[in-house]
Write a protein that binds this ligand. Structure first.
Ligand SMILES: Cc1cc2nc3c(=O)[nH]c(=O)nc-3n(C[C@H](O)[C@H](O)[C@H](O)COP(=O)(O)OP(=O)(O)OC[C@H]3O[C@@H](n4cnc5c(N)ncnc54)[C@H](O)[C@@H]3O)c2cc1C
Length: 283
């Protein structure tokens, strides 16, 4: 690993100033679980690393203004155990519990996960289906970024140099909404997903679907929403034909990358199978 300066600011303002001093050659570090690997492999060579771990306000999880707010520095483990997270959607807590192993979950953070932008990661999928909005700040101000605009490409986000992710906000769910997260793990339980699916639906008193969100991981260069599949469900009862039709549309919306977890065709087929399972569960 190349030598670098390491700073640990006590406040967010100080971190933003330090980052703004040298935005192209400085990186922030949260849990370090991805960043340190990239530095050891010489894939990134920052001159300055700004550790965020002393900035306690970034760890907060709660519902300050009705929205559920998840601090960027909250670990996957803390999020999986959090009562406000469970109260919002049990599927969200189980998504965080599905990340890697206990060792990674207690070290790695939500903000690091989103900024790393690996399309096979778990939390982005459920957060997309829950209409999550990321909040980022630079020295020049704060910006709200809907999650589907945050993920720009493989391992690339729309964060600007000098911006730090502060939190993700989730609006309240429609009354009676049901959510699930399905992670297809054919190899080992602590692996990244081959594909994963989050589904959120709500129905009216007669069983007609009034709200549908379907998001997929491992199914393209970025975690994605299957919008056509969502539209096909709204206004219909969640019966067999509607579910099978939506699963086929979700599979068609994927653009998987072949890798050691399977060919593109296999992942596309599995995206259909796991969307169907997810929809049957929430139906
Ligand atoms: C062995 C292993 C297995 C894994 N398995 C899974 C898995 O099954 N599912 C899954 O979802 N993930 C998995 N991961 C990924 C893991 O979740 C991420 O490594 C982690 O969330 C990154 O968080 P971190 O706090 O360690 O980030 P870091 O490594 O500190 O940072 C990662 C990137 O994010 C940037 N960053 C960090 N915090 C912020 C912020 N607040 N604002 C802006 N940029 C920021 C850093 O500059 C860096 O570019 C695995 C990782 C490892 C090492």
């Amino acid at each position: 690993m190349r030598p670098f300066d390491y700073l640990e600011p006590e406040t967010l303002d100080e971190a933003l100033v330090r980052l703004a001093d040298d935005p192209d050659d400085a990186v922030v570090m949260a849990g370090g679980t991805s960043l340190v690997i990239l530095m050891k492999q010489d894939l990134i060579r920052p001159a300055r690393v700004i550790g965020l771990r002393r900035i306690g306000e970034l760890r907060a999880i709660g519902t300050p203004e009705g929205n559920l707010s998840l601090g960027a520095l909250a670990t996957h483990g803390a999020l999986a155990r959090s009562q406000p997270v469970r109260a919002h959607a049990a599927a969200l807590a189980s998504t965080f519990a599905a990340v890697a192993t206990v060792r990674i979950r207690e070290q790695a953070t939500l903000g690091g996960n989103l900024a790393h932008a690996d399309p096979a990661q778990d939390p982005p999928v459920t957060l997309l289906a829950l209409d999550g909005v990321a909040v980022a700040r630079s020295r020049f101000g704060e910006r709200r970024i809907p999650l589907d605009a945050l993920f720009a490409d493989l391992f690339e986000t729309s964060l600007e140099p000098g911006e730090i992710l502060l939190r993700v906000e989730l609006p309240p769910l429609p009354a009676g909404a049901r959510a699930t997260y399905q992670k297809f793990l054919p190899r080992t339980l602590d692996d990244y997903a081959t594909v994963s699916v989050a589904a959120v639906v709500a129905t009216d008193a007669s069983g007609v679907c009034t709200h549908a969100r379907i998001a997929l991981g491992g199914a393209g260069p970025v975690p994605l929403r299957a919008r056509e599949a969502e539209r096909s469900l709204v206004g219909h009862r969640l019966e067999d034909a509607a579910i099978r039709g939506a699963a086929a549309l979700a599979a068609a919306a994927t653009d998987p990358i072949a890798d050691l977890r399977g060919s593109a065709a296999y992942k596309r087929a599995m995206a259909g199978v796991w969307t169907e399972r997810a929809l049957r569960e929430v139906a």
